[in-house]
Design a protein around this ligand. Sequence first.
Ligand code: KG4
Ligand code: ZN
Length: 338
Amino acid sequence: MNILAVESSCDETAVAIVRDGRQVLTDQIASQVDLHRIYGGVVPEIASRMHIEAIYGLADQALEAAGLSRKDIDAIAVTYAPGLIGAVLVGVNFAKAAAMAMDKPLIPVHHIRGHIAANYIAYPELKPPFLCLVVSGGHTMLVDVQDYTKMRILGTTLDDAAGESFDKVARVLGMPYPGGAALDKAAQNGDPAKYNLPRSKPGANPYDMSFSGLKTAALNLIHHAEQVGEQLDIPSLCASFAAAVSDTLVPRVVAALKETGYRKVAVAGGVAANSIIRRDVLAAAEKLGAQVYLPPLSLCGDNAAMIGAQGYYEYLAGNIADMSLNAYATKSILGEAL
Ligand code: KG4
Ligand code: ZN
């Protein structure tokens, strides 16, 4: 089954064609990052306008790159939530028009479910159930992936997402948007023990987490140094910050592996590209004899291949939308059948 998949929830317009949920025939991305960088973050209206300009050409490009014609497409999958609403609407409207014109099923895909499914592309042998640490720009949660479309949230961030806190600290350090990758790079030569930053302690739900205290502590440290004219060791500050994020995430992953008895853990989302988190999850899970699934960097950030992968399993579960499908800025990953 060839699924034409569309992703436009933030600042990447993406169209992919994925066969049977696992084989990526083509994965086209038009990134707007350079444009938003001028403003230090995503400007929603600009994002929507760039999506609408790029999306039709990108779909033609995808068909051409895959050597397919429209009649070879069996269904259209699209991110319908969550994201910048104007941006998501562009993809949803395009997908509806394509499904109508081609008379094919329309499959709504939750963006975070898509991030999890990036692992199905990278690891053909991976099947639920498994544990997934989702760390993106807007979401941070620990998910029990019981089946392809059946999930249970073990814990979430109570405030900022991990990616958001990386980006904020990077921005204050003068790194270009989105700062997570730049901060990761700077951290490579730093001493993670040099700056003492707080770790979020387990609360009522031991799997919940918090990053705003850590973010504020890092920002206070930077502002204080500026005020007193102290020269900060930037690589070590970046390394200390990444270590604190990792120390918040990894013990929860370990506890969840122990509680669920799962011996498979995947990481998903843009922050899954972080070298320190990747290293620490790998080391901690291997100690428990668990298999770790880390998507290649190309599948960590937003892309449409992951939407095509999850779209296949949504289709098999009967999650098909009609022409009244809407877009949502926020929606739980648990999503009810549509
Ligand atoms: O999943 P994603 O592409 O978008 C959302 O769905 O939110 O995640 C983007 C986030 C940004 O916050 C970006 O700074 C972060 O992923 N990111 C990283 C790294 N690469 C991307 N954060 C830490 N280390 C990285 N290497
Ligand atoms: Zn994303």
